[in-house]
Design a protein around this ligand. Structure first.
Ligand SMILES: [Zn+2]
Length: 312
């Protein structure tokens, strides 16, 4: 695709988003277009072209393999309606700082916190690019501790919960940098402090990024990130940081869905990494099961039929 354009390839506003994706079928068609912009391609035989079957599946014209638009993507076997997925993705992509699982659960009437958390975790899992380019030019590298503060413990820090995080594209300690073609210029913050200088001024960019990342984890996610999940949150942070000047949030929505449609399925056990997501605050009693579709049908202006008591 030569150029991705707002209003044509992705919605530019919430109004356009709502007009485009009124039903689960609209969302499925958009995913199909993202996945196979030039028409169906069979993952089994590489053949092109297929037939639609009655059950919203596609049958390969060459080998007869039956598949669906969502099979083999992060939406594989999902029981959450696509209108809910799309609305979640719109919130995830267009809110500058993202969205917490708790807000998502509440705003979309999702039955369990874990379901909402797993949806966001699946979006997060597609944001890291294994093939990304190495950093070039002057690269500031530092390490910092993330987490460790427990709400409710006055000024206390729970032992063993802090995670040492290296801020560079290919963290491996400082040894081995030369072998990668980098010249290592060591800057001692301790020495700067001894000279009475601001140690943060030695590496201004990396300090800014580290404090932004920590602030983001504390604000959007209320600091409730398990060490086992930290890397995926940092992937999300990096994705947002690199797009912080993007004029079009709709473009970010497009990008996340495009990655999601091209990403292999992500199983719950893989995203939890043995650590069940924990709630950050009490959740109001909610219904069970999966959220209802957000298919929009005309509601018949219910407010016209409602009794509105006069006040005063
Ligand atoms: Zn085939």
């Amino acid at each position: 695709m030569a150029e991705v354009r707002g209003g044509l390839h992705y919605p530019r506003s919430i109004g356009e988003f709502q007009a485009w994706f009124r039903t689960d079928a609209d969302c499925l068609d958009y995913l199909e277009w993202l996945r196979w912009p030039h028409g169906f391609e069979c993952a089994r035989c590489d053949g092109v072209g297929g037939w639609r079957t009655g059950d919203r599946r596609i049958m390969c014209a060459a080998c007869g393999h039956r598949t669906s638009v969502t099979a083999g993507t992060i939406f594989d076997k999902t029981r959450t309606p696509l209108t809910v997925w799309f609305t979640a993705c719109w919130s995830f992509a267009t809110a500058k700082d993202g969205i917490s699982a708790l807000s998502l659960q509440r705003s979309l009437d999702i039955g369990s916190y874990q379901t909402a958390w797993a949806m966001l975790a699946r979006f997060r899992s597609v944001l890291a690019h294994p093939g990304r380019k190495r950093l070039s030019g002057v690269v500031e590298v530092d390490e910092t501790y993330i987490g460790g503060e427990e709400p409710g413990l006055a000024g206390g820090r729970a032992q063993g919960k802090k995670v040492l995080t290296g801020i560079t594209d290919a963290w491996m300690g400082y040894h081995g940098l030369a072998g990668l073609g980098y010249a290592h210029r060591r800057r001692s913050q301790r020495a700067a402090r001894a000279r009475g200088e601001d140690p943060a001024a030695l590496l201004p960019a990396v300090h800014r990024v580290a404090s932004l990342a920590k602030r983001w984890l504390l604000s959007t996610h209320q600091g409730a990130v398990e060490p086992a999940h930290l890397q995926s949150y940092l992937d999300e942070f990096v994705f947002r940081f690199n797009r912080r000047r993007s004029g079009s949030r709709g473009m970010v929505f497009y990008r996340v869905l495009e990655l999601a449609a091209g990403h292999e399925p992500v199983r719950y056990r893989n995203i939890t990494a043995g650590n069940k997501p924990r709630k950050t605050s009490p959740v109001p009693p909610a219904g069970r099961g999966h959220p209802p579709s957000l298919d929009r049908v005309t509601a018949g202006r219910p407010w016209r039929a409602a009794y509105l008591p006069y006040s005063g």
